[in-house]
Write a protein that binds this ligand. Sequence first.
Ligand code: NAD
Length: 447
Amino acid sequence: MVLQNSPTVLPAAEALPPKDPESLFAMAVEAVNRACDVLQCPQYVKAILGQPKNELIVNFPVRMDNGTYRVFKGYRIQHNNILGPYKGGIRYHPEMSLDDGKALATWMTMKCALMRLPYGGAKGGVKMNPRELSPAELMRMTRRFTAALGDTIGPEYDIPAPDVGTNAQIMDWMMDTYLNTHEGVGKQGLRSVVTGKSVACGGSEGREKATGQGIVYVLQELLPEFLIHIEGMRFSVLGFGNVGGNAATILQSLGAKLVAVMDHTGAMRATKADGAIDAADLAKYVAETGAIKGYAEKRPNRGELETVDAENFYKTPVDVFIPAALERMVNKQVAEWLNCRVLAEGGNGPCTPEADQVLGYRNIAVLPAILCNAGGVTVSYLEWVQNKAGVRWELERVDAELKKTISNAARRVRLAAHQYGVDMSTAAYVVAIDHISKAYVQRGIFP
Ligand code: NAD
């Protein structure tokens, strides 16, 4: 798309993305800029997308079980809302930072636009380790954080969801706190302020597995390009939490073989050439123990497994590798070690720019995160729609809607890759920004 006569608007000097090569936000902006240039979209759209609209930091005290008080730092970054309310997860992690939040919020804008959801992008979180807090402390911290966010969030304004370190329980507490801090007889209608709630509290069937399920639908749509069939396909997963665990379990149910897995406690792989790790059983074990550590020793009858170091995990030959842990874990070295044909980005921003270059010259196809892991936000949208309409859908309907939405997006990406002669990652951003750009051009800039 070429738009004529668009006024040139350059970002203010202080609004330029950071030059720090370690900055995740710089990585996100670089990807956005590259796609804007391919698309030749108006300069002002590129400048607007280069910064979040709002960046909120809150410092708030919480009473600990032993009677002392601890001050926590929380964030909410609202990147863009041209297409609809801000939407994005809440992360509880010791490394949570403003820069990472800005990157993750940018990716949410791209993801929602690529899926054609009527949402913008946001992200937030608290800099802390949830494993160090008791359940009662975690509840008080979550409630106080929600109260500190106040009307920064709202069902028609900004709708949080789970991310790393948070789950349905945290969303239920957020929703309950929001309802109890808002007056009026209409407050029951406010439960759509967060998504990813438990089904008992208004969550949707299928939300828990949605991100993993979305990866599988993307693979079903795009793997035929690479002459890979899911049945019999060998794959490895980095990170065995919500995303990695669900993707692996669903792929296994379709006949694929999980041959290697790694999380923050270690790595293991199947020893026999035709062997596999039982993904469903490992997911149960992780739900009970919190990590994969000890599985290879404790359940040897489940298959012949060996523990391996990181290098040998990455070097294990597979058809598809799914990084579903934290950002930047696939660096240049890892990209050189990998022995796969396709890398499906389950987590956000798993590959550094240097890694992307190595993967490019090694001819390893990368299926981008804003496509692969959009299943979570898509089912979050379906939960929001059900809450607003006061209805409950069966799992079959939710899965069918998810499949349609994400498969259509995958087709748009494939088409754009051919049309513009770019890789799938750039194509995904091109499709997203084309949609956003049209909305800006139609609406114009106020006043
Ligand atoms: P999670 O907390 O459930 O799981 C994270 C996994 O990463 C765990 O298995 C953990 O052991 C592993 N991990 C952490 N540090 C590691 C390290 N140093 N080495 C190896 N493994 C490590 O988180 P999740 O919800 O599965 O999210 C994973 C990624 O997917 C994140 O990038 C998140 O932003 C993204 N994502 C999640 C959702 C969702 O619905 N949960 C949706 C879209 C994107």
